[in-house]
Design a binder for this molecule. Sequence first.
Ligand code: FAD
Length: 261
Amino acid sequence: MPSPVSAEVIANAGLSDSLFWITLRHEAIARAARPGQFVHMRNGDSDDPLLRRPYSLSAIDDAAGTFAILYQVVGRGSAWLSRRRPGDRVDTLGPLGSHFAIEPGSRHLLMIGGGIGTGPLVALAAAAGDDADTLLINGARTADALLPTAFLPAAAELHLATDDGSAGTRGTAVDLMPEWYDWADQIFACGPSPMLQAFEAALKLQTGSKTVQFALEARMACGLGVCHSCVVTTRRGPKRVCTEGPVFARQDLTWRWETGI
Ligand SMILES: Cc1cc2nc3c(=O)[nH]c(=O)nc-3n(C[C@H](O)[C@H](O)[C@H](O)COP(=O)(O)OP(=O)(O)OC[C@H]3O[C@@H](n4cnc5c(N)ncnc54)[C@H](O)[C@@H]3O)c2cc1C
């Protein structure tokens, strides 16, 4: 079980009013991390907010000993993070959870990312490198919520979708999936729960079976599998998003989140 460490802020770039890309240095985290995993950060100078905040890794640079996170300011913890400057330290636990797995022989990787859910897919596309053809669909409500293309791996082909049509195709990332379904050997998806459930519904309309991996989000407290606040019901029984997840195989998911545990 990892212990909390002090990660150094290298850069914290504002990409829009509420979207940020923070780069931190901690060699042991960068060395151990795999795409799909997350870190649990203490986003405050005191015990307020009390709980750590989970963030997926959007870039992992083992050689430089750094990792990066694409994040959105939605409340106190993320606002605190957005005020960190180079040289500041952030109490960080990780890497935590399961990771995406590219199967041997998979040549065509289709990645569907909604909003900040695109972050871990960027790390996965970078890890795939030239060993596979990657097509990444980045969907968001509006153009300013899309990840700037400079952050996306050059090897990946990129398609954009926005709800309002302000960039790329008008519609959602899920809407574009059927066009590429037959091409894909493996599919990876990450985004808000409603988007993932819409994606699951769209997959049901397709014929044939594919290996699909979903990275789920759930409210969590400890991040270490102890508190059981993030349990989802799977076909293999109750599983913790923080420990057995956040990456799950599609065939294991029932799309039911436990309550009252
Ligand atoms: C495995 C995992 C990976 C994540 N990766 C990212 C990421 O890469 N980038 C990113 O911007 N966000 C990510 N999130 C969501 C992120 O953890 C929340 O946005 C963050 O905790 C908000 O904290 P806050 O104090 O700013 O907001 P708060 O004021 O606490 O809450 C604002 C909203 O954020 C959500 N939220 C708050 N706490 C949690 C929690 N502990 N777990 C889940 N959701 C919460 C709720 O919807 C809440 O309404 C991830 C969540 C999980 C579970």
